[in-house]
Ligand binder design. Structure first.
Ligand code: CA
Length: 218
């Protein structure tokens, strides 16, 4: 499985390349944003360091995301929550914070890759004015495509499995983010906020105080 690693720190990149190859990943390593954006290959996943010499790693993510749905994992030396949330809101699928071990990175990569595998569930959900297609991972609202990040799509598709039903924060975090999830759920609120903005009055994501969320169709 081919993976693109965007990282200017040589010791980190070398140990990650070596480590990932032991787990069967074929790593192509580039040292800056420009090379990342011109890298040629059909990558199954991209790892992007946020601190790059030529451009902001977030801009690299944004550009990659505008071109494709390739899963992106952000590598960050900035450990504060704000950067994490921003990193996920721009379309990254997950993040790891330096220092990290190869096993942690592999676990996150596998979780992300598992989530993007085609689902066995109902391929197309018709929900009021929304049409959610799991095979193409596209959402249409009154026939026009709504641009969603992979996580926004997963969140919407999950809640749309049962409109009206309340899902707890924990259920949502486990289903959409990571089955071994634990910790704060601010990321969830950020994604709910973005989805609300993008869906307008076609569907409401209602907060059920102290419990979680439900999708309600008008
Ligand atoms: Ca760096």
């Amino acid at each position: 499985m081919r993976v693109l690693l965007v990282e200017d720190d040589e010791p980190i990149a070398e140990s990650l390349t070596r480590g990932l190859s032991r787990y069967g990943f074929d790593v192509q390593w580039v040292r800056n944003g420009a090379d990342a954006l011109t890298a040629d290959g059909d990558f199954a996943l991209v790892l992007v360091d946020l601190g790059l010499p030529d451009m902001d790693g977030l801009d690299v993510c944004r550009e990659l995301r505008s071109r494709s749905d390739v899963p992106i994992i952000v590598i960050s030396a900035r450990s504060d929550e704000v950067d994490r949330v921003v990193g996920l809101e721009i379309g990254a699928d997950d993040y790891v914070t330096k220092p990290f071990g190869v096993r942690e990175v592999v676990a996150r990569m596998r979780a992300v890759l598992r989530r993007v595998q085609p689902s066995q569930k109902e391929p197309t959900q018709e929900r009021g004015r929304l049409r959610i297609d799991r095979r193409t991972r596209r959402v249409h609202l009154d026939g026009a495509e709504v641009e969603l990040s992979p996580k926004e799509f997963d969140l919407l598709a999950f809640l749309a499995e049962e409109p009206g039903a309340v899902f707890t924060r924990e259920q949502i975090m486990e289903a959409v983010w990571d089955e071994n999830w634990f910790g704060p759920t601010k990321t969830l609120d950020v994604h709910v906020g973005v989805l609300r903005r993008k869906l307008g009055d076609a569907a409401s994501l209602e907060t059920v105080r102290g419990v979680g969320f439900r999708l309600v169709l008008p």
